[in-house]
Design a protein around this ligand. Sequence first.
Ligand code: G4P
Length: 530
Amino acid sequence: MLDKNYTNELTKRRTFAIISHPDAGKTTITEKMLLLGKAIHISGVIKGRGNQNYAKSDWMNIEKKRGISVTTSVMQFTYKNILINLLDTPGHQDFSEDTYRILTAVDCCLVVIDAAKGIEERTKKLIEVTRVNNTPIITFINKLDRDSRDPISLLDEIENELKINCIPITWPISCGKDFQGVYHIYEKIIYFYKNKFSKNKSYFLKNFIDFSNVPVLKKTLGLDICKHIYKELELIIYIYAKYNHKKFLQAIDTPIFFGSALGEFGIDHILNALINWAPYPIYRKSNKRFIYPQEKKFTGFVFKIQANMDLKHRDRMAFMRIVSGKYKKGIKLKHIRINKYITISDAFSFLAGERISIQEAYPGDIIGLHNHGTIKIGDTFTEGEDIKFIDMPIFAPEIFRQIYLINPLKQKQLKKGLIELSEEGTIQVFRSILNNDCIVGAIGILQFDVVIERLKVEYNIDAIYKKVNIVLARWINCKNHYSINEFKKKYNSYLAYDTNNYLIYLAPSVANLNIVMNQHNDIIFDKVRK
Ligand code: G4P
């Protein structure tokens, strides 16, 4: 039997990530959420873009120079007695594979869409990743205080592009300079954006009747808007399905909210949805069985390694998602991959870069462990049971460079540096089987600069890149040894090994890959390595 305290701790946790295209408003929303959760008291702490409070969440020099958040941070705050773990994902287009992997550590995602732009490329890609685990999605359409696209056409686009049903929970009343607020379909309340005419911040409409028949609304919103919004609402209540909790949890439906992060409007609606609807910590798959958060024994997996969080200490931090049981300072855990017990004398939680030593933590929490090179992404820790969490995918990089040294005598250091950097999971390193050329693969282009800078600062190596003719990578899998050997002979100039000795095909074009795939039906070309 679980004690009441443990069950309480479990049910009061929500772990989620915000995903969006750069500039849609993710940072602003994070900040407003932290303000509402009273975790911070002033704006501008999260990412100041040139302001004094600059970038507590931006740890690396390169981030500071460019004013963007390259690495992923974890924040914990409380809202209405619910403990929220918010995993920040780099939104800039120079993000990394890390961003994809972090989505395996959350139980829910908030998708932020710019109301003027609709679905953008980065959002689409990230949503595809959430599909791997059918992570539930809440959608926030932001920047209604600016001229926006027609909301129905935005929802059409979300349904078509993201393959998910939209369930409007709130609905905007105009936009841009005429933005009046939203109507909350389920609460039957109009929330006013900046109400110039009345002191009320909201108006409860007991029965859904023509707004222009309600004198206070007619006065506040104006006759034209009243008539228009009433007609529009009649239509959307008719065409869109009702919120269905099961379908939300299965990621078949996404509840839709509208607002303005900058105007601090609508953020409480999303937070309420998160605490009321998002699942509390859910089970994870291991190679032997499902592991449930209600289990007493501790288990967890590492989904991220981050270096340079504290330049004074030059340390690396391993981020672990707790799946079951309770972390207590001094707990003895088995590091399954190396088959060794270690005592965890210190673990950390985070708030925008500030680390706090913790005494205890529960499923859903993300804890940081000091890593002196023994912990790798995907590692499982338990109190003894020999299991390994699965579904920690490695995604094929999307851009490639050949890296070489200015001083060729430092090959050994280069190898060490690249292996260590690739263990953090933001880049991947391949060795060509034909000539041993060293290829670096990444998902966002900025990672190439990060690698050069870190090789210089941390390993004292000057390296440069050469462009290579590679546009796609696919891991090669085949049970037939004869076929694979023949394949290796035929395509040796396109093949390489990754740092774990998996064979990968580096294609010079999509057409090339398609032709090769068609000619070799017995070989599997994998986009994701599990
Ligand atoms: P990101 O993390 O998704 O990249 O977006 P971020 O929050 O940094 O927002 C991008 C820009 O959009 C910022 O303006 C921000 O102030 C603005 N913004 C965010 N939400 C809203 C909103 O609801 N309404 C309006 N009108 N603007 C919004 P910036 O000028 O690029 O930066 P800053 O100087 O304001 O920091």
